[in-house]
Write a protein that binds this ligand. Structure first.
Ligand code: NAI
Length: 357
């Protein structure tokens, strides 16, 4: 594919119809082969904090667009979680040729350092704590590294999964009037770091699982360990279940899925689940409660922020992540009062919070 032409849905400065991003850095490093985009959406609450994705994109502009959307989501996420940080995100373009990974992440660390603390990084899809250690050798503006003999910090995924679990449970209470997940059926898309941990928690809570992953080995393991039914990856969004938990990449709630799916609740870990807010409106009209991704998947960034600030042990972080549940209840109240869909109500709520420091 031509790497410069694609159906890129933004402008040089940001997303169509949205306030412009504060800063977008496109950088390359010839020696290590690094090609990266760092997008800073908003720093009204503090420096922009958000992970670094390492992914192979169909085009450069697709990567640019991903950085724009993900950084906006981080601004909403950090604001709703009450964190003293703005929203940013980095994307490193994965190339087919073999790279010296450590050299590349060191170069990325120098890039982060050159921004002087406006952007702080951590793991996201495709990056690991070891990558962040390489980044840390070049800059202090990094999180997601086990500290103090693993007393705090480290891979944020378990805290993300815990937050999704409590948020999903709250959403079930809102939409189905049930305060337990016993016997509730949940379709989980993606069994990676977040999806797998979520399945463990759901299974322990008595939920019935339907799972899909492009990695058939993971799906089979879920069948054996949790008695999960396996669905085809192309059909997981249309299975018959109470809850849909997207935990793979974004964009699972397409126009067709929003119009046809039979779930009562959608709550999962993946960023940017809705193709656009219009899909959220359709879900709302159809009586499906969508708990926005940037509300329920904040556990990881809460962990990274507390690690960065050097303050919290794992239990106090879990306690803070647990506050996602009351936020889901507050969102449901806002939806009731305003009559707008949860996705729009959550964006409006986040924008209110974004003017506060
Ligand atoms: P991961 O890379 O560990 O897992 C993703 C899983 O999805 C893999 O098992 C992969 O095989 C599967 N997958 C990919 N495409 C699929 C498809 N079309 N159908 C079914 N399965 C598919 O990633 P991780 O860390 O679990 O993240 C999952 C999502 O949660 C991502 O969207 C990420 O941005 C988001 N997220 C992750 C956080 C974290 O702490 N790890 C924090 C906040 C959001």
């Amino acid at each position: 594919m031509d790497r410069l032409t694609t159906n890129f849905a933004g402008t040089l400065f940001g997303l169509h119809g949205e306030p412009a991003h504060e800063r977008i850095v496109v950088a390359s490093d010839a020696e290590s082969g690094l090609q990266a985009v760092i997008a800073v959406y908003n720093t009204a609450r503090g420096p922009a904090f958000g992970g670094c994705r390492y992914w192979q994109y169909a085009s450069d502009y697709e990567a640019y667009h991903d950085a724009l959307r993900l950084s906006q989501g981080m601004a909403f996420k950090n604001a709703l979680a009450g964190l003293p940080f703005g929203g940013g995100k980095a994307v490193i373009l994965k190339r087919p040729e073999q790279m010296d990974r450590t050299a590349m992440f060191k170069a990325f660390g120098r890039l982060v350092q050159s921004m002087g603390g406006v952007y702080l990084t951590a793991e996201d899809v495709g990056t690991t704590a070891d990558d962040m250690r390489a980044v840390q050798s070049e800059t202090p503006y990094v999180s997601g590294i086990p500290r103090d003999n693993d007393v705090y910090g480290g891979n944020p995924s378990p805290r993300t999964a815990y937050g999704v679990f409590v948020g999903l449970k709250a959403a079930v209470q809102v939409a189905m009037g049930r305060d337990t997940l016993d016997g509730v059926s949940v379709a989980v898309q993606g069994l990676g770091s977040v999806g797998w941990d979520l399945c463990e928690r759901l299974h322990r809570a008595g939920a019935e699982l339907i799972v899909a992953d492009i990695d058939a080995v993971r799906a089979e393991k879920a069948r054996q360990m949790f008695g999960a039914q396996i669905a085809d990856t192309g059909r997981i969004a249309s299975v018959n279940a109470d809850v849909f938990a997207p935990c793979a990449l974004g964009g699972s709630i397409t126009e067709a899925v929003a119009a046809e799916c039979q779930f009562k609740v959608i709550a999962g870990g993946a960023n940017n689940q809705l193709m656009s807010l219009a899909e959220g409106d359709v879900l709302h009209r159809r009586g499906i409660f969508y708990a926005p991704d940037f509300l329920v998947n904040a556990g990881g960034i809460i962990s990274c922020v507390r690690e960065y600030l050097g303050s919290a042990d794992k239990q106090s972080v879990l306690d803070e992540v647990g506050l996602i549940a009351p936020r889901v209840f507050e969102l449901a109240e806002r939806v009731k009062v305003s009559g707008v869909a949860p996705a729009r109500a959550a964006v409006a709520w986040a924008r209110e919070m974004m003017v506060l420091r």
